[in-house]
Design a protein around this ligand. Structure first.
Ligand code: HEM
Length: 171
């Protein structure tokens, strides 16, 4: 069961998360420069990317009893679709700069890993993988130069890219 969890829930999500972070950093050269100057920001860059470009955009819950939300009663046993990606850009939580990718922002409290008792069980290992990859790249690469617009990968749940064409300028 553990291996199944790792393979089904832990591969595409992490691949998409790391790629989304690289794309956001390539599109925001000042942010790459900040990371290159201080590779210990890698973990914050990853969390900010999970907020800004959440790989898991939506997730379902099932009501266990009649529940009222915003004046509407949702009957017991209904599916409720949570828009995690939208919540992570909600100006009521993130202010006027919600749409900006900023690795120095305090992104903790985002719901890119879900929320509550079923929150992603693999988040420590996902964060560790991303931190290691991003910090290693940050040390070796001075500049990421976008060569063409990134090509989205269409998927009903995951948000990510098929291709992110960049030229790498070594440090
Ligand atoms: C960046 C990488 C990842 C993202 C964005 C992500 C995202 C999510 C989200 C949104 C959920 C639903 C949480 C909820 O219902 O509140 C979830 C659940 C889960 N994730 Fe991840 N995940 C990632 C990596 C991983 C990894 C590496 C593993 C395994 C090693 C993993 C295993 C699981 C499992 C088993 C659940 C179900 C937990 C439960 O229902 O109690 N995930 N993840």
């Amino acid at each position: 069961m553990l291996v199944r969890s790792l393979l089904s829930a832990g591969v595409d999500t992490t691949v998409y998360g790391i790629a989304n972070t690289m794309q956001a950093l390539a599109a925001n050269p000042d942010q790459w420069a900040a990371l290159h100057a201080q590779p210990s920001l890698a973990r914050f860059a990853f969390d900010e990317a999970l907020r800004h470009d959440s790989p898991v955009q939506t997730f379902f819950r099932t009501t266990t009893q009649d529940t009222e939300i915003g004046g509407t009663t949702i009957p017991e046993g209904e599916k409720v679709l949570l828009f995690l990606g939208a919540a992570n850009r909600d100006p009521r939580r993130w202010g006027d700069t919600a749409d900006r990718f900023d690795i120095r922002r305090t992104a903790s409290g985002h719901v890119g890993f879900g929320m509550g008792i079923h929150q992603c069980v693999g988040q420590p290992i996902a964060r560790m993988e991303a931190e290691l990859v991003l910090a290693a790249l940050a040390e070796r690469i001075e500049r990421l130069e976008p060569l063409a617009p990134p090509v989205p990968r269409l998927n009903n749940t995951l948000k990510g890219w098929s291709h992110v064409p960049v030229r790498v300028h070594a440090a």
